[in-house]
Design a protein around this ligand. Structure first.
Ligand code: ADP
Length: 303
């Protein structure tokens, strides 16, 4: 089974001809809510691929919290260990998008911001039967470190999606990480220089390895993946698809990589599964609605 320890958000999305300036009220023409949060997205991705998936995190005691739990359950995620926190709101991302696709986003972590070591206690009972722990950076870092430590002790593989990327991550977290999966922007922030061509990729991967991670998987969008370990570096190409919306491609990637490891597949196979799921996610709009299920996944790119 797969455990996800992380964020659960409701995205509140408005569309307007342009973005408002401070003090201005604008008329918009469209509004929708959509479940999100990198943690929840990865949990849904894993469950849709048919894996037993436990989500650990928090929602608020509000309508969004109930909706978020329901949408996770509908996707097949085990939600019994998600805490309903009475002290705060559910996490939300308030997203304004204009006609040029420029956006502004305000994230209010709410319940996600309250996640701490007591949530890790609820995670521990799932470790004996788990193969992978999926982590991202949308809940407080001390809790993430505690979760990674618990996984390490239980010999469960830790996959860290360093998103959103801070300029500095504690060394401790690097050394608890088996696989780190930044995109180019995130990798650039972590190492402190721009990543573009092969040489800078290799250099960035070397730095991340020297900080203690075992495997670096650099997600390069339509250019595929660059992977580095202590013993080898290699590129794997992206699956050619007609991409229309890349939202949650990275989450689909991490979920499918975890599913492959859950089936005892090799690193190369796991990256291939990740790339297939990432590519499929770009062919549909939205975050969770774009994540491929088992049938789509097995029926298409991996044939
Ligand atoms: P993130 O969503 O975290 O920014 P990427 O955009 O790199 O990450 O997407 C993750 C993975 O999804 C990529 O490494 C690639 O395998 C796949 N992917 C993303 N965009 C495309 C695309 N346009 N065509 C094919 N595969 C893609």
């Amino acid at each position: 089974s797969i455990i996800v320890f992380g964020s659960i958000n409701m995205d509140l999305v408005t569309r307007s001809p342009r973005l408002p300036v401070p003090g201005e009220t604008l008329l918009g023409y469209d509004f929708f809510t959509a479940p999100g949060g990198k943690g929840a997205n990865q949990a849904v991705g894993s469950a849709l691929l048919g894996r037993t998936t436990y989500m650990i995190g928090r929602v608020g005691n509000d309508n969004f919290g109930q909706e978020l739990l329901t949408s996770l359950k509908v996707a097949g995620v085990q939600t019994d260990s998600i805490l309903i926190d009475d002290t705060t709101s559910s996490g939300v991302a308030v997203i304004a998008v204009d006609d040029r696709s420029e956006n502004t986003i305000i994230v209010v972590p709410g319940a996600n911001g309250k996640v701490n070591h007591t949530d890790v206690e609820r995670l521990e009972k799932f470790l004996p039967n788990a193969s992978v722990l999926l982590l991202q950076l949308e809940v407080p870092i001390p809790a993430i470190i505690a979760a990674a430590e618990a996984a390490k002790k239980a010999k469960v593989k830790v996959i860290l999606d360093p998103a959103p990327a801070p300029e500095k991550l504690p060394d401790e977290l690097y050394s608890l990480t088996d696989v780190i999966t930044p995109n180019e922007t995130e990798a650039s922030r972590l190492v402190g220089f721009e990543i573009s061509h092969q040489e800078t990729m290799t250099k960035a991967a070397e730095i991340l390895l020297s900080r203690g991670v075992k495997i670096v998987v650099l997600k390069l969008g339509s250019r595929g993946v660059f992977c580095a370990t202590a013993s080898e570096n290699f590129m794997l190409p992206a699956f050619p698809v007609n991409a229309i919306d890349t939202v949650a491609a990275g989450d689909a990637f991490n979920a499918a990589m975890a599913a492959a490891f859950d089936s005892d597949l090799s690193l190369k196979e796991a990256i291939k599964w990740g790339a297939a799921a990432g590519a499929l996610a770009t062919t549909k709009k939205g975050a969770q609605p774009s994540l491929p299920n088992k049938e789509t996944f097995e029926g298409t790119l991996l044939r």
